[in-house]
Design a protein around this ligand. Structure first.
Ligand code: NAD
Length: 279
């Protein structure tokens, strides 16, 4: 069975559009981009399109690739203090002369719709986060909306990066899952995947998960995204696994659909702003 991320994302966006209509103000999302990286520009276009669909104002602040860290931080502070902007993203990757960590930490955590600041990551650890980073949040949403239970299940996450594997493992634990995290130094990954109810792939290694490594009926969420000869590949051997599992296709499962969570986070940031007005 194929888990259709596009269908779930469209449902979420249309529900969100109705919630946004009920707000007393129009949410606004701002993206800062340094330079003209075409991949970053295409991600930003997706964000702009989704924002338009749900009724979020969108602004791109494009800076020269040579902008100094000081000037970038100055811009972030001015957006932090701009009450008409509710969500802020600094598009990554940043050029080598910029300290990415310092830039992320300059963002007001209440506007941090990527969920990357240490305050929001700390809250994720405690299970109290409002603004959770989009890819891990999407995986949880996709499982929930596809009626795949997490509570009490054994979930194997392959990949332990700060942006996908680690936050995802915490979220799954917060939802009552029993989580095993595998990574590039794990010996015999199949020892773990063979006993899994759900396998989540976030390694960036095409054909990593093969049919003989899982049991029939397993759910597979493939976050992997690798381009080979112009074709996009996930981390699963999709053709071999699809007949006897529930699996997300690549593309069409995770990928660009995570942008739906960015819109939800912008909505949440706007409600945080509105409740601060009544404090
Ligand atoms: P990363 O390179 O930071 O981390 C990869 C992780 O996979 C590491 O923890 C590493 O130990 C593990 N790994 C690498 N090779 C492995 C192997 N052979 N066996 C087991 N584990 C292995 O990558 P990332 O940023 O976490 O992204 C992972 C994948 O997810 C990439 O393909 C990336 O393009 C994709 N991604 C997709 C989205 C999205 O869909 N929105 C977002 C982020 C990342």
């Amino acid at each position: 069975m194929i888990i259709d991320g596009k269908y779930v994302a469209n449902n979420i966006l249309s529900k969100l559009q109705k919630e946004i209509e009920k707000l007393s103000i129009k949410p606004k999302l701002c993206v800062i981009l340094m330079g003209e990286n075409p991949t970053s520009l295409s991600y930003i276009k997706q964000k702009e399109r989704s924002a338009k669909v749900v009724g979020i104002d969108f602004e791109l602040r494009q800076l020269s690739i040579n902008t100094t860290e000081k000037d970038l931080i100055h811009l972030i502070h001015s957006i932090n203090n701009d009450s008409t902007i509710h969500g802020l993203i600094v598009q990554l990757p940043l050029p080598a002369h910029i300290n990415t960590h310092a830039i992320i930490e300059a963002i007001n955590p209440k506007k941090d719709v990527d969920g990357f600041t240490s305050e929001n990551i700390g809250k994720l650890f405690l299970g109290t986060a409002n603004l959770i980073s989009c890819t891990p949040k999407w995986v949880i949403k996709l499982l929930q909306e596809s009626h795949v239970p997490i509570y009490g299940k054994h979930i194997v996450v392959i990949g332990k990066s700060n942006i996908v594997g680690k936050p995802l493992s915490l979220l799954l634990m917060n939802e009552g899952g029993t989580v095993t995290v595998c990574h590039k130094d794990t010996q015999d990954i199949e020892v773990f995947t063979k006993h899994a109810d759900i396998v989540i792939l976030a390694a960036g290694c095409p054909w990593l998960l093969k049919k003989n490594m899982v049991r029939p009926g397993v759910t597979i969420i493939d976050v992997g995204f690798t381009v080979i000869d112009g074709k996009i590949h996930g981390d699963a051997d999709f053709e071999a696994l699809e007949p006897f599992s529930s699996i997300t296709p690549v593309p069409g499962g995770v990928g660009p659909m995570t942008v739906a969570m960015l819109m939800e986070n912008t909505y949440i940031a706007t409600t945080i702003y509105l409740s601060s007005l009544s404090e």
